[in-house]
Design a protein around this ligand. Structure first.
Ligand code: SF4
Ligand code: FES
Length: 400
């Protein structure tokens, strides 16, 4: 039998009933609806080895992946419970041979489909097949503006050139294109060129996302952490480009946590607006949730998705505001940022229920700011590449 949760007011809520947990906590039950968009991580297999990958350190093997039939059932179920958009992601989703079949099925059940891809496994023929199956949008990740740094970060030779080519095919085929660029100390100097690259590729949108430090990125933090000076310059560059490129390129900017004063409203609040599905079918409140030890995540193989969304103890643990410690509990921003990021709180304090140290009101804030400053000024440069073996240290071919 599950333990009874106690909310801040001392009232008891049955943790097997998510709605009752939220009502007891006086959270907004209206926000407890099923999310409109869901991320499906089809596989953790990927030809790239990015050192900031958001997948867990322990990657799921392909023999654990949901079958084509299981994914189709999941897609139908999502449409039935009111989901409107499905983002196919990974790992590298195009590593699944049944991707076109899954896109076709998603289209048939009425879902808007987005493909989040590194694009390196695509050929023009494959992309045409995906478009024919109903693909509505493509997001291609870039690791830099030119081959040198981009291929090095990706850990794959010629990756950058393949991405540029695939982006061209996407536009030729009339697919709306988002360019995703993950930024860190070793590629931030290329930001103006990345913005221009997105314009040249005729992208509709550019995501400039500073690395968030959990999982693989935490392992590589010393090699990735930008300097405060870089971040100040970045904000100026993004602001200028937003004004200049209005109506040409929309830019989304994800600020880095360690230099912020207030934390991000991660995932729109735990279990409020988002879930993703892992390759083996686990329903997770965020892509990094499995980095938090001690939480159990239910699988689509065992329960209906709506049941998991409503009843999962892992979702209910940090839903709403009742679970919050001080200073969050009495903070005026508690329903603005929902205490920040649970995964970051766990990564930096060992307890996911703590205030995210990215918040200036956290007793640990000063310490992480100091860590960021020290690491950003350090000379750690080599990456630990993401792979199924638990990571491989980059060979220092450049001798620097
Ligand atoms: Fe957000 Fe908590 Fe910081 Fe307040 S104390 S700003 S609720 S993280
Ligand atoms: Fe998991 Fe922020 S990434 S809650």
């Amino acid at each position: 039998m599950s333990p009874t949760l106690t909310d801040a007011s001392g009232a008891h809520a049955d943790p097997t009933d998510g709605l009752s947990v939220l009502e007891q906590r006086k959270s907004q039950a209206a926000t407890f609806g099923i999310p409109l968009a869901v991320l499906a991580e089809l596989t953790h297999r990927c030809p790239l080895q990015c050192p900031y990958c958001s997948n867990p350190l322990e990657l799921e093997r392909n023999n654990a992946e949901l079958t084509t039939g299981e994914w189709k059932r999941v897609l139908s179920e999502l449409a039935e419970i009111g989901v409107l958009q499905i983002h196919f992601s990974g790992g590298e989703p195009t590593a699944r041979k049944d991707l076109a079949e899954l896109i076709r099925h998603a289209t048939d059940v009425g879902l808007y489909t987005n493909l989040i891809t590194s694009a390196v496994l695509l050929t023009k023929e494959k992309l045409i097949a995906l478009v024919d199956a109903g693909l509505c949008h493509i997001q291609i990740s870039f690791q830099g503006s030119e081959q040198g740094i981009a291929d090095r970060v990706a850990g794959l030779k010629d990756a950058h050139a393949k991405k540029i080519e695939a982006a061209g095919w996407a536009r030729e085929l009339g697919l709306p294109l988002t360019v995703n660029a993950v930024m860190h100390r070793q590629n931030l100097s290329q930001l103006p060129d990345i913005i221009q690259m997105a314009v040249d590729l005729d992208a509709d949108r550019l995501e400039v996302a500073n690395v968030q430090y959990y999982g693989w990125a935490l392992k590589n933090r010393a090699a990735l952490m930008p300097t405060m000076e870089q971040i100040e310059q970045t904000s100026g560059i993004v602001e200028e480009a937003e004004g200049r490129l209005k109506g040409i390129l929309a830019i989304d900017y994800v600020v880095p946590d360690y230099y912020a004063l207030r934390p991000k409203k991660c995932m729109g609040g735990w279990g409020r607006q988002f879930f993703n599905i892992s390759p083996s079918g686990k329903i997770l409140p965020c892509h990094a949730a499995e980095t938090i030890t001690g939480l159990v995540f239910e699988s689509v193989r065992d329960h209906p998705i709506a049941w998991i969304w409503q009843n999962s103890e892992a979702f209910n643990r940090y839903r709403g505001t009742g679970w919050m410690p001080q200073p969050c509990q009495s903070c005026e921003f508690r329903e603005v940022d929902y205490g920040g990021c649970r995964c970051q709180a766990f990564a930096l304090t060992g307890n996911a229920a703590n205030t995210d140290p990215a918040c200036a009101l956290s007793p640990l804030h000063e310490q992480i700011f100091k860590t960021a400053t020290i690491e950003s000024a350090g000379d750690t440069r080599l990456f630990i590449y993401r792979n199924f073996a638990g990571g491989t240290l980059e060979t220092d071919v450049h001798g620097t």
